[in-house]
Design a protein around this ligand. Structure first.
Ligand SMILES: *Cc1c(COP(=O)(O)O)cnc(C)c1O
Length: 219
């Protein structure tokens, strides 16, 4: 684990140097991974983790690893249902998958009740795929304007999962343009297969699961 993590951090550093951009944060995507691998990642010095599902994250970071919680940063990177908004607000430092006004309203209400509001990123359906969540790139400007005007919410960045079957670079390029056009600093993109490419296009957060933890085997 420590060796794999060091290699990924080295690759991130090299890609950043080569592109002349700041180094992004490595988010260790621990979804579906067994606890012993998560323990090894913690022991190796990893403090930033990403989870897909609120319930699974709750069991891990709110219960079994709750004693570690204070020194960690937790990102929700999977779709969020409004009925889980309260749990998500209570558990996560960053919610990367804001993609609709209904969810913004639910988060504000939840934040009011639990007394904390996570940092937010907006998910963009950059490949405009039917089955994927996220805003169409053309709808982003209107959505950001409404978040600000109606709810006083100013997300710190954008997140995307590009189409699996196609090269990611053109999508990362477009994400960088969108973030710049809207004055957003954060850019969460790049996974195990393409994080070095994402770094070159200005990712501030890369989300790496299997390359760090190993394949997500059923446990
Ligand atoms: C699972 C997942 C990842 C990590 O995927 P790997 O290919 O295992 O690195 C990153 N981002 C999201 C949104 C995911 O669901």
């Amino acid at each position: 684990m420590a060796a794999r993590r060091t290699e990924i951090l080295d690759r991130i550093a090299a890609a950043s140097r080569q592109a002349g951009v700041p180094e992004p944060q490595l988010i260790a995507v621990s979804k579906v991974q067994p606890d012993d691998r998560v323990r090894a990642a913690l022991a190796a010095g990893q403090t930033v983790f990403g989870e897909n599902r609120v319930q699974e994250a709750q069991g891990r970071w709110g219960e079994r690893f709750a004693h570690e919680r204070d020194r960690l940063e937790l990102h929700l990177i999977g779709p969020l249902q409004t009925n889980k908004a309260k749990e998500a607000c209570a558990l996560f430092d960053v919610i990367q998958t804001l993609d609709r006004e209904k969810l913004a309203r639910a988060l504000l209400k939840a934040a009011d009740r639990v007394g904390r509001m996570p940092r937010l990123m907006v998910q963009v359906n950059i490949g405009e795929e039917d089955q994927k969540s996220g805003l169409a790139p053309d709808d982003l400007g209107t959505f950001l304007d409404r978040l600000d005007a109606e709810y006083g919410l100013r997300p710190e960045g954008l997140m995307c999962i590009p189409p699996l079957e196609a090269p990611a670079a053109p999508h990362f390029w477009r994400m960088e343009k969108l973030a710049n056009a809207h004055g957003l600093d954060g850019l969460s993109m790049g996974m195990s297969a393409d994080y070095e490419t994402a770094v070159a296009f200005g990712a501030t957060h890369v989300r790496v699961g299997s390359a760090l933890f190993g394949a997500r085997e059923p446990v």
